[in-house]
Design a protein around this ligand. Structure first.
Ligand SMILES: [Zn+2]
Length: 127
């Protein structure tokens, strides 16, 4: 008997970075105007700009521990970090390591976070 597993496939959430097609400059989050060549990015059509998944190897630039989380969180605190990806882009997100050290290598993944009230949002998780 053949079981089709494809229907159970869960697509991993991704966060997009942006690339100006005119000059190749990359951005996250998306700018309105390319700071290198001043090409405009139409926020609706995104014409002239490519997107790509921002993920993978990154370096921890700084981090902080947030206490007193809003009601609904089951943890005492959360760690947040700012990282730099190998392509130079920077992003902030949740840090899931025991003892963060600035400069340490991390791997960035994306989760759909529904811990907060409202719609789930995509957040970076650095491990
Ligand atoms: Zn440009």
């Amino acid at each position: 008997m053949f079981i089709d597993f494809s229907q159970y496939e869960v697509k991993a959430p991704k966060i997009k970075a942006y690339k100006c097609q005119a000059c190749g400059a990359i951005y996250y989050p998306a700018p309105k105007v390319c700071s290198q060549c001043h090409a405009r990015r139409d926020p609706v059509t995104g014409k002239g700009w490519e997107t790509f998944d921002l993920e993978g190897l990154c370096t921890l630039l700084t981090w902080t521990r947030a206490w007193n989380l809003p009601e609904g969180y089951t943890k005492k605190y959360l760690l947040f970090g700012i990282v730099q990806f190998e392509n130079g882009l920077r992003a902030s997100g949740r840090l899931e390591v025991e003892n963060p050290v600035i400069g340490m290598k991390l791997n960035a993944t994306v989760i759909e976070s529904d811990e907060r009230p409202g719609k789930p949002v995509k957040v970076f998780v650095f491990k």
